[in-house]
Design a protein around this ligand. Structure first.
Ligand code: PLP
Length: 369
């Protein structure tokens, strides 16, 4: 039986120029990815600080493998399904940088802990007991990080004594190994005042590393202290007492992050086609169903004078004085938010120097479990 909703299979596009692609389609420029990885990895290569890459930005096993081959010190993710995709991609060191709660997830946690070096964040004693039971039943060990709230006001216990109390509970729980602390400064990532960001970041780190010292004083070793995102990477990475950083967006980048972190290039774009035009404007065949708008308006790659005015579901309206625009021309649109845009697509095309190098499924897109 012919399934009409499946793409028509043609000869392999590998090695072909991107013009052979239909649109809309996610593109990832591997030369830009390589430069971003080098920019992030190089300062820490000879230092006792690891770079763990956040998979919630990527969601694509092929891209994770590509990054692992270039020297990432492991991966983290926000959700259990992302950890499973990472394991399937051959990644063996995985931190779920989030709370995993509920009976329904514990079987999956146990299975994963038997396959990979698994770590999970906690901020609650009952959750520690649940994970301890899951690990014991699976005959596995799970590394646990206490999540410390260093100002974001999301998950996490307060710095100091509350974190120490939880560390003691973890250290005494069968099947669990207390590994250390996570403190994520999410509230600072997109601040555009660099000095203010640095000052507030260092204050947060005082709390995090102060908590480390308190726990060590109580005789419990703290092997991992992790935090940071693309917006605070170097402040956190160079702070004494931190052992690793955990940025993700720096790989793909987007309009919002590029405004505050221009040292990383935008490797992600959406390949689109002009489907309509009028004097002073043109319309692209991709809207908010293909380009996330939760962090604002995207831009048109290489055309700073063109301005995206509006995204409706399947259209982008672009203001432009370009009189050469033709129906059928292509444009690459750089999303305002890379992570949310990856989540909208089922696959992506890895490109180098305008030619197609690989086609990758985005296995974790559209999944929240
Ligand atoms: C726990 C945690 N760590 C690190 C990050 C950093 O990610 P990014 O580099 O995309 O800012 C995030 C972002 O949401 C996060 O939630």
């Amino acid at each position: 039986m012919i399934t009409i909703s499946e793409p028509i299979s043609t000869t392999s596009p590998i090695g072909q120029p991107i013009d052979v692609l239909d649109s809309p389609q996610l593109l990832i420029d591997l030369d830009v990815v390589d430069a971003n990885l080098e920019r992030m990895f190089a300062p820490f290569r000879d230092k006792p600080v690891g770079v763990r890459v956040h998979f919630k930005s990527l969601k694509c096993g092929g891209l994770a493998s590509y990054i692992a081959e270039r020297g990432a010190d492991g991966f983290l993710c926000a959700k259990l399904n992302e950890a499973e995709v990472l394991a399937d991609a051959g990644i063996s060191d995985i931190l779920i940088a989030n709370q995993v709660v509920g009976d329904k997830k514990m079987g999956r946690i146990g299975r994963l802990a038997r396959l990979v070096q698994l770590r999970i964040c906690v901020d609650d004693a009952a959750n520690v007991a649940q994970l301890s039971q899951a690990a014991t039943e699976a005959g596995a060990t799970i590394g646990i990080l206490v999540e410390v709230d260093i100002g974001m006001n999301r998950c996490g216990v307060d710095p100091g004594e509350p974190a120490l109390a939880l560390a003691k509970k973890i250290a005494a729980s069968p099947g669990l190994r207390f590994d250390g602390l996570q403190g994520y400064d999410g509230h600072l990532q997109l601040l555009d005042n660099r000095e203010e960001k640095r000052t507030r970041c260092l204050q947060s780190l005082d709390q995090l590393v102060g908590t480390r010292r308190l726990i060590e004083k109580a005789g419990i070793p703290v092997n991992i202290v992790t935090g940071a995102g693309t917006g605070t990477w170097e402040f956190v990475g160079h702070y004494d007492g931190v052992t690793e950083i955990q940025p993700g967006s720096f790989v793909l980048m987007d309009v919002a992050y590029h405004a505050v972190r221009p040292e990383f290039g935008c490797s992600l774009s959406v390949w689109t086609t002009i489907i309509s035009r009028r004097p002073g404007r043109y319309i692209l065949d991709a809207g908010s169903k293909a380009i996330s708008r939760d962090f604002g308006t995207p831009s048109v790659k290489g055309r700073p004078a063109d301005r995206v005015l509006q995204l409706s579901e399947e259209h982008a309206k672009v203001e432009s004085n370009d009189t050469q625009v033709k129906i059928g021309d292509h444009r690459e649109v750089i999303p305002a938010h890379c992570c949310a845009t990856m989540n909208l697509h089922r696959n992506c095309v890895a490109v180098r120097k305008g030619k197609i190098e690989a086609l990758w499924p985005i296995e974790a897109s559209g999944r929240y479990d």
